[in-house]
Design a binder for this molecule. Sequence first.
Ligand code: PMP
Length: 306
Amino acid sequence: MAQEYPQHIWHNGHIMPWQDATVHVMAHALHYGSSVFEGIRCYETPNGPAIFRLTDHLKRLFLSAKVYDIVIPYSVDELAAACREVVKANGLSKAYLRPIAFRGLGGFGLSAETPTDVSVASWNMGAYLGADVLEAGIDACVSSWQRFAPNTIPAGAKAGGNYLSGQLIAREARRLGFGEGIALASTGLLSEGAGENLFLVFEGALHTTPASAACLHGITRNSIITLARDAGINVIERDIPREYLYFADELFMCGTAAEITPIRSVDGKPVGPGKPGPVTRQVQDLFFGLFSGKTADKHGWLEALG
Ligand code: PMP
């Protein structure tokens, strides 16, 4: 799908026209995947636009950078201000934000010390996997590509290079006619979707795969765990073998981009009765209720755009 670009972007400390935020072809990150980034959403709420868990996302950005010794020359507060500034500069009240810090031009070789470039883009992005599937559910498949082993590439650091794995999984799934792919970890146990965490409902409890299964420590995942526990739903983080995808009464994927997307079939087998079930709907209501005002923001996750 062709992307429609917004007018402005924040790049290395300033708001500038979108087309001016360019990098050199010899930038380190382009060759070696040495970038760390976030995906964040700004929602319209009854109290005005709010960026969902902005501080938590930026803290994760700094942790990802720490893993790769990428020095970000700004503070969390400065980047939070940049995020707000770019959403406002583009005249948006509902937006997807993409802060990225990457090794730029100025050093060659794997262990080179390079300057860090930092940008924040924001644009209007609808439902990542399609608005219809938020309602109807997606048809997913288990990928032939496994996620990386934990002692190879750290899945908990949200680095550009990780997304070669995500591209293999997502592109294979689409090529085969599925909406999204689910990967197994190097252990053979379930990991996560190409760009989403995974939940299943089994025997009345909500189950999700642990960080040790090569998953990103998803902020939507954490929000769902918290909201579900607040609502009295039993949530279990555990190793999950593949066949539980077929045993599950309900399945869904989650992430900032995908929000909460029900899965209605896996590998051509229907999940439960083949349509989104009551726990999935309850979790969707709790999550989207944060933005409509129906769910109380008990944890201070809505950070006003200001
Ligand atoms: N796993 C992967 C691989 C992802 O790229 C994402 C999206 N950032 C997620 C899970 C979900 O994470 P979050 O809820 O923090 O967006």
